[in-house]
Design a protein around this ligand. Structure first.
Ligand SMILES: [Mn+2]
Length: 299
C-alpha cells in the first residue's frame, strides 16, 4: 500500500542504504511547499538535505553513537500534490500509518511545516497519540492565515484539534500575533519564549521541557529550522532573528529526547535562499543527532 505513495530518489540519506531489519528509522522526504506564505523553496529540501548528509561524519559525541555502523533506511519521497495540502497530507498520513504499524520510526524531511499534521494523523490512526515537542520561532497557532486553514502558520492549531493543545509544547517562540497568544493561553497551549531561554540556564529549560512531557506515553519531535537564528539557518521560509544557536538546540534535544520518541521531522529548509547550503548541512546534522540520541536512549 505505502509503495503506491512513495517515489525513489536519486540520493539517499547519508549515501548508505540502511538495513531495515537493523535500524528502526525510516527516512521520508515530503517535497511539499504549497502553504509557505513567504519563500517557497522548501519543496527542494529533501533533495538538498540528503545531499548535505552525504558529506557529514556520522559519529555523535553527545550520544556516543556512530550512525554509520547502522544507518537509517531511506524510504524515498512521499508523492505530493503541489497546491493541495489535503491530498498531500492524506498520502503522508497513509504512509506514516503503515510505517508505524510496522514499528518503524519516521524520520521526516519537509517540506513546509504543514506536513507535520500528516505524520501526526498517521500516528494517531496507528493507535499512537503522541505529545508534540516543537522547536519553532513561531507559534503557528492561527485559526487561519490569509483565509487558509492549512497554512504553515496554522499547523500547531490544526494539530491541537487532533491531540489537544495541552499536549503540545513549543520551544523558542519569538514571533506571534497577540491574537495567537490569547488563543494559546485560553486553550492551554504550552510554550517557552526564546527570551525565557536566553535568561535561564540550559538545565532549567530542559527540566521545564521534561516536566511538561512527563505524563506523555509517546512524544513526537518537530524541528522548524527557523527556530535557529538566521545567522546559522539563513535558508528558511520565514526567518526570525534572534537566537537560538545550533548548540542550544542540540543540547535541548539531547536532554529531552528519550525512548518515548516515536518519530520526528525537520521542516522549512529553503534551499533556494540557503547561502553555501548552510541550513541544509545543519538540518542533516540535526537529523543525524536526533537518531543517535534515540539509539543511545534505547540501549
Ligand atoms: Mn516557524
Amino acid at each position: 500500500m505505502k509503495e503506491l505513495y512513495l517515489i525513489q530518489t536519486p540520493y539517499i540519506f547519508m549515501g548508505i542504504q540502511g538495513d531495515p531489519t537493523q535500524t528502526p528509522f525510516s527516512i521520508l522526504g515530503v517535497p511539499f511547499a504549497s502553504t509557505n506564505s513567504f519563500r517557497g523553496g522548501s519543496r527542494f529540501a529533501p533533495l538538498a538535505v540528503r545531499i548535505a548528509s552525504q558529506s557529514l561524519e556520522a559519529y555523535s559525541f553527545r550520544a556516543g553513537v556512530d550512525l554509520e555502523s547502522n544507518p537509517p533506511y531511506d524510504e524515498g519521497d512521499v508523492a505530493v500534490t503541489h497546491g493541495s495540502a489535503e491530498t498531500t497530507l492524506r498520502n503522508l498520513a497513509a504512509v506514516t500509518e503503515e510505517l508505524v504499524k510496522a514499528r518503524r520510526v519516521p524520520a521526516v524531511i519537509g517540506g513546509d511545516h504543514t506536513i507535520t499534521y500528516g505524520v501526526i494523523e498517521g500516528l494517531v490512526r496507528a493507535g499512537i497519540k503522541p505529545c508534540l515537542l516543537i522547536f519553532d520561532a513561531h507559534l503557528d497557532f492561527r485559526h487561519e492565515y490569509l483565509g487558509y486553514k492549512w497554512s504553515h502558520a496554522c499547523v500547531t492549531r490544526r494539530i491541537s484539534e487532533l491531540i489537544g493543545a495541552q499536549n503540545i509544547l513549543v520551544v523558542g517562540v519569538r514571533a506571534v500575533s497577540s491574537r495567537e497568544l490569547r488563543d494559546a493561553k485560553s486553550l492551554e497551549l504550552n510554550y517557552i519564549p526564546m527570551i525565557t531561554i536566553l535568561r535561564s540556564t540550559l538545565r532549567s529549560v530542559s527540566s521545564r521541557i521534561s516536566k511538561s512531557l512527563e505524563r506523555c506515553p509517546y512524544i513526537y519531535v518537530s524541528v522548524d529550522m527557523d527556530a535557529l537564528d538566521p545567522a546559522y539557518a539563513p535558508g528558511v521560509a520565514t526567518p526570525e532573528p534572534e537566537e537560538m544557536t545550533p548548540t542550544q538546540l542540540l543540547n535541548l534535544l539531547h536532554a529531552s529526547t528519550d525512548e518515548r520518541v516515536v518519530g520526528f521531522d525537520v521542516v522549512e529548509v529553503d534551499p533556494q535562499t540557503d547561502n553555501s547550503h548552510i541550513t541544509s548541512f545543519l538540518a542533516a546534522r540535526i537529523m543525524m543527532e536526533i537518531m543517535s540520541y534515540l539509539i543511545a536512549s534505547r540501549r
